[in-house]
Design a protein around this ligand. Structure first.
Ligand code: ZN
Length: 391
């Protein structure tokens, strides 16, 4: 990087990076929409523009702050998911340190990342919370709209306002998504998948989602939005509303594997154990358990063949809420083979031999998710966090 950029604070922000910026009548809350993090997913961008326009045209009373940040501008122009690296897989601690030390390896996506990082940091440093981050996406195959979140109690609570299924714990299977990074500073961060990439309904779904997010964060009043019930109904009439799911199984595709998903699966469709799901190098792949099929791969690119979800019971949800509120998670550290990480209070380092006998579910119950495998040990990281300075 040249000298004019020798401080992240001086970094130039592209003129079209912020699609909208509203300062309302009160200082709080702050809602931040991220759209087009994947360049081939434009429904969220279109929906955000429509919402901004309606707020302006209808002169809707707004409280708090509202920002719409454009994700991968370069890839969006080219109509591709990304150019060099997936912009939603590079939000690891070491990448952010490299940005702050100005030692980041430049490629098409890190240029976008630096601007987005700086903007989010400025917003969190300057504005007053609570902060709500919403990241809008679409999928390669048809789907009912759904939410993905890290399983923190504040994320759960905000998600339960939307009449769509919520999938917990996807971060155990993804490396470096933006929302997990934001979550680690204690803020609410929801991912919303609005539908198939090119389906016009996906735009309407994203629009409905933004309006509901603005209402439930108390930025706008329902009564001020004409057609509010239409937006609400748009999301309501689909399957699995208000249900919470957890990923139980991932089928990872190996290098050079010839993987073919059986045609016709719809996201969240019920499946039975031993049901034929796909073919790998000509051999049948059967379901390992009963559940729901999730993200079946119907495009050529990708490492995830499919996932299997299971519905989380209301009992489990309330038990884990209770357990976390009582803060009795400290007892996990008393189990032989489970140790607190020396550098922080929210990481448990677990001997994989112990973890084999101790179901992952017990860590999940207390809000811990497996994040990494390092030095032959599993690292479980707590999703509920106190709000800390964004860096
Ligand atoms: Zn996406």
């Amino acid at each position: 990087m040249n000298n004019s950029k020798n401080n992240i604070a001086n970094y130039h922000i592209s003129s079209n990076r912020v699609l909208g910026d509203i300062k309302g009548s009160k200082q709080t809350p702050t809602v931040v929409i991220l759209a087009g993090i994947h360049g081939n997913e434009q429904a969220g961008v279109k929906a955000s523009k429509k919402v901004l326009q309606k707020i302006k045209e209808d002169n809707i009373q707004f409280k708090g702050n509202f920002y719409v940040i454009f994700g991968n501008i370069n890839a969006s122009k080219k109509g591709i998911r990304f150019e060099d690296v997936d912009l939603n897989r590079i939000w690891r601690k070491e990448n952010i340190e490299a940005i702050n030390n100005l030692s980041v390896e430049e490629n098409a996506e890190t240029k976008e990342q630096i601007e987005i990082y700086k903007l989010i940091k400025d917003i969190i440093d300057r504005d007053i919370g609570p902060f709500y981050f919403i990241d809008l996406h679409t999928t390669s195959s048809a789907t009912v709209p759904f939410i993905t979140i890290s399983d923190s109690l504040n994320n759960r609570k905000f998600s339960s306002n939307f009449p769509v299924p919520v999938v917990l714990g996807i971060e155990e299977y993804l490396d470096g998504p933006l929302l997990t990074f934001i979550n680690e500073f204690g803020h609410i961060a929801l991912g919303f998948e609005g539908g198939e990439h090119h389906d016009e309904k996906s735009v309407t779904n994203c629009e409905a989602f933004i309006w509901k997010a603005l209402v439930h964060s108390k930025c706008v009043a329902k009564k001020d939005i004409t057609n509010y019930n239409d937006y609400k109904n748009e999301l309501s009439n689909l399957c699995c509303k208000y249900d919470f799911f957890e990923i139980k199984y991932r089928y990872g595709i190996k290098k050079d594997e010839d993987f073919k998903m059986k045609s016709g699966f719809i996201n969240f469709e019920s499946i039975k154990k031993n049901q034929d799901l796909a073919q790998s190098n000509g051999e049948l792949i059967k379901a390992t358990e009963d559940g729901r099929i999730f993200m079946p791969l119907y495009q050529n690119l990708g490492e995830d063949g499919f996932f299997i979800l299971s519905k989380i019971s209301k009992f489990w949800l309330s038990t884990s809420l209770f357990a976390r509120k009582l803060k009795i998670n400290h007892f996990l550290r008393l189990i032989p083979g489970v140790n607190k990480a020396p550098e922080n209070n929210y990481t448990l380092i677990v001997d994989p031999k112990i973890a084999k006998y101790l179901a992952k579910d017990i860590f999940h119950l207390f809000g811990y998710r497996q994040q990494i495998y390092k030095d032959d040990k599993l690292h479980f990281i707590k999703r509920d966090r106190k709000k800390t300075a964004f860096k």
